[in-house]
Design a protein around this ligand. Structure first.
Ligand SMILES: Cc1cc2nc3c(=O)[nH]c(=O)nc-3n(C[C@H](O)[C@H](O)[C@H](O)COP(=O)(O)OP(=O)(O)OC[C@H]3O[C@@H](n4cnc5c(N)ncnc54)[C@H](O)[C@@H]3O)c2cc1C
Length: 380
């Protein structure tokens, strides 16, 4: 598996996937054939997470090949991301609570042998150990493997989901506050309260094409209980009425300025914001930081080609820019946490797709799904 950190590679992968594999996506997407055979899924999440390629580009490309009906599953999966993001935006305390629980649990588990064995891939569950090394080596796991992994972590190894979510964030190239935190909560049974996801031996065997044998799991565990409930807040997008020529900040979730809704607007200067581990609660692996670094470098080249005035700066230097600035909204996550905790004044610009879709994220995904045709007609 090769995640070359560039927009050109993202587009090449998208085109190849749509031409050769999209037709079989709904039939084959649940199979995890291993890291050397990933053609049944797009493997585009590391790029989409960073805004290198957009959800709408994927949807448009897929619809240029097949009808909506034939593409429905693929489009639904793409919009899961939008849904998770919107769900978390409506309940940002889920993220804040997750991080504060994580800080406490880390201390409790600092010398815990089961935890150490799990993150070293030293358990007596062969498939789990293999996913640990895949994750560290390729910085990606198939969706089904993420579900099995999280389920084994929580219900068989009996480790706190918060530490598992941290382990994923540390190593995934597509690590994303919404998809990851809510994915783990969903497996644990606290996202859809009382409904957990239990990995089973037959399911793993079938969908890994019998790559693993004799998998002894706890297949009847009860969901994790949480007494916290989160009511959806009201979203307010305080978009500026009209844009004037000011500086613009771009964070790691929008690293293709030329495909954003603001690409035709003129800004004084663009600041590409790099965020290393000093200002993150969850420390990322060197490989993940390096991947982000190269994505920023790739954006830099594309801005240079267009003769756009820009500078790469560390997040800690935003305060030195001085005057009021615009920023492409970084979503709930580590960058927004930094901005809020340092009381930085930034006028956020929101993506149109998010603004439109997040109004439908107050309930479950099955409700959101009803609005997918409306979202597609609005943006296609
Ligand atoms: C415990 C757990 C943790 C996860 N953590 C992350 C994460 O940190 N970052 C992340 O991007 N995804 C996460 N996911 C969602 C999903 O596993 C990945 O988005 C998907 O595996 C990416 O592979 P792909 O690009 O080949 O997907 P494809 O099957 O080709 O799907 C196309 C696109 O649809 C979106 N998508 C597909 N499935 C999901 C899903 N279940 N939730 C949200 N979006 C989806 C992704 O943007 C993906 O690139 C997590 C899922 C689980 C169960």
């Amino acid at each position: 598996m090769n995640f070359t950190p560039s927009r050109a590679s993202a587009i090449e992968n998208l085109n190849r996937f749509v031409e050769n594999n999209l037709s079989e996506y709904s039939k084959l997407r649940n199979f995890d054939f291993g890291p050397n055979n990933r053609s049944n899924i797009s493997c585009l999440s590391p790029y989409i997470t960073h805004g290198i390629i957009s959800e709408l580009e994927l949807i448009k490309k897929s619809l240029s090949k097949f009808s909506f009906v034939k593409n429905e599953k693929f489009i639904q999966e793409i919009l899961w991301r939008t849904y998770w993001k919107g769900w978390l935006e409506l309940r940002p305390n889920v993220w804040a609570d997750y991080l504060s629980e994580l800080k406490k649990i880390r201390i409790e588990y600092i010398d815990n042998t089961e935890y150490k064995n799990a993150i070293e891939g030293n358990t007596n569950i062969e498939c789990f150990n293999e996913w640990v090394s895949d994750l560290k080596e390729n910085n990606y796991l198939h969706n089904h493997a993420r579900m099995w992994f999280a389920s084994i972590w929580i219900f068989t190894l009996k480790l706190p989901w918060q530490l598992g979510a941290e382990f994923f964030m540390k190593h995934l190239y597509d690590g994303d506050a919404a998809a990851n935190t809510l994915g783990w909560r969903w497996v644990a049974g606290i996202q859809t309260q009382g409904k957990n996801y239990l990995a089973s031996e037959w399911n793993i065997k079938k969908f890994t094409n019998n790559r693993f044998n004799s998998i002894k799991l706890n297949e009847s565990a009860s969901p994790i209980i949480s007494d916290k409930t989160y009511a959806a807040s009201k979203l307010e997008f305080n978009n500026p009425q009209s844009l004037i020529e000011k500086n613009l900040l771009i964070f790691e979730n929008n690293l293709s300025f030329e495909i954003t809704d603001f690409s035709t607007r003129k800004f004084k200067k663009i600041f590409l914001i790099s965020n290393k581990n000093e200002n993150r609660t969850i420390k990322l692996s060197e490989k993940v930081l390096n991947f982000k670094y190269h994505l920023i470098e790739d954006q830099k080249k594309r801005l240079e080609e267009k003769s756009i005035n820009f500078e790469i700066i560390d997040i800690s230097k935003i305060k030195n820019i001085g005057e009021s600035v615009y920023g492409l909204y970084p979503n709930v996550g580590e960058n927004l946490d930094y901005i809020n905790s340092n009381k930085l004044k930034i006028e956020f610009l929101y993506r149109k797709l998010d603004q439109f879709s997040w109004q439908y994220c107050n309930k479950g995904f099955f409700n959101f799904k009803n609005y997918i045709p409306k979202i597609i007609t609005t943006f296609n």
